[in-house]
Design a protein around this ligand. Structure first.
Ligand SMILES: [Zn+2]
Length: 138
């Protein structure tokens, strides 16, 4: 396989755009959730797939920018890296990918689909209610 020398350079330029659009998608979810439950946003938990192609630092930065323009300017942004996991098409076993070993540990098949670790997701929000009480949800 030939090394494509230009690729890292191009990816560097595109990376920020990629992370900004991911951050915008996450922030839209945050706003929808906050519109529903109200209160003050303290923190958000975001899972970043190891194979999502997203750079966690850029993503955190972009989320910070979006938060800065919102009603909740300084939430804590907690990013969690999610390792790649596959599901075997042969036997249905789910397994994590360690290094270059892509074969199913149960049946040895190389035919598997990724189930986790390929996307960026909003996992949860930490919210302080307007009354300063813990959320009792009703
Ligand atoms: Zn298998």
């Amino acid at each position: 396989m030939e090394k494509r020398l230009l690729e890292p350079f191009l990816r560097g330029a595109e990376a920020a755009v990629h992370e900004i659009s991911l951050a915008q998608a996450i922030w839209r979810q945050v706003e929808a959730e906050m519109a529903r439950c109200g209160g003050r946003l303290l923190a958000l938990d975001v899972s970043v797939g190891a194979f999502s192609g997203a750079d966690p630092e850029s993503l955190e930065f972009a989320l910070g920018l979006l938060a800065g323009q919102s009603d909740w300017p300084e939430p804590q942004v907690r990013l969690r890296t999610e390792p790649l996991a596959l599901v075997c098409r042969g036997c249905g076993a789910e397994f994590a990918v360690a290094g270059a070993a892509l074969a199913c540990p149960s049946c040895g098949s190389m035919d598997a689909d990724p189930v986790r670790g390929t996307d960026v997701r909003l996992e949860s929000l930490e919210v302080e209610s307007d009354r300063g009480e813990t959320d009792t949800s009703g």
